[in-house]
Design a protein around this ligand. Structure first.
Ligand code: FES
Length: 189
């Protein structure tokens, strides 16, 4: 029997935030809100933006889907494939590399079982990604997880403390615009 995919929908809280964002721009410049709306979409739909979710973003902003794909595929902060509960963005640029980001990556792959650029760990908790400079070189090596930076991860203890904090996180921290209600993703995460 043929199944029809359910079209994704933003939660009421997200819709309200998108409406508020759009008041910052002229009606014929709705595309200017593309980056923040993609962030909302990613937070809402399990930490990644599927083609269907990107089409929804295009619809909301009244732009062509290709205009969304161009942006989502350019910036590393948008995930185009399913991810684990926590996406660990490991900085691999010069200063972090000199302070051991290669060893850090290998260590994280060993401990979590996930591979950089590959699927999430078997327990669904961790996805590993390499990214360029996170602008915190003085605290290298750095890993970013959502809005939080984990700094000076050059000892096993520091890495263990980060992983244990993330493992114990029941829900991801709420974003400012989520205070008014639980969006789709929070109910699942
Ligand atoms: S090189 Fe890693 S934060 Fe700048």
């Amino acid at each position: 029997m043929e199944t029809t995919a359910v079209k994704p929908q933003f939660s009421e809280a997200a819709q309200a935030e998108i409406k508020r964002l759009l008041t910052h721009y002229p009606d014929d410049r709705r595309k200017s809100a593309l980056l923040p709306v993609l962030h909302i979409a990613q937070a809402e739909f399990g930490g990644w933006v599927s083609p269907e979710v990107q089409n929804l973003v295009a619809e909301v902003l009244d732009i062509k889907p290709i205009e969304v794909y161009e942006v989502s595929s350019f910036y590393t902060m948008f995930n185009l494939k399913p991810v684990g509960k926590h996406v660990l963005e490991i900085c691999r640029t010069g200063p972090c590399m000199l302070r051991g980001s290669d060893e850090l990556t290998a260590h994280l792959e060993r401990i979590t079982g996930a591979k950089v650029g590959g699927p999430a760990s078997a327990d669904g908790l961790f996805t590993l990604k390499e990214v360029e400079c996170l602008a915190a070189c003085g605290f290298a090596p750095i890993v970013q997880v959502r809005e939080k930076y984990y700094e000076q991860l050059d000892t096993p203890d520091a890495v263990d403390a980060m992983l244990s904090e993330l493992r114990n996180q029941v829900h991801r921290p709420a974003l400012p615009w989520e205070e008014t209600g639980l969006p789709n993703a929070l109910a699942r995460n």
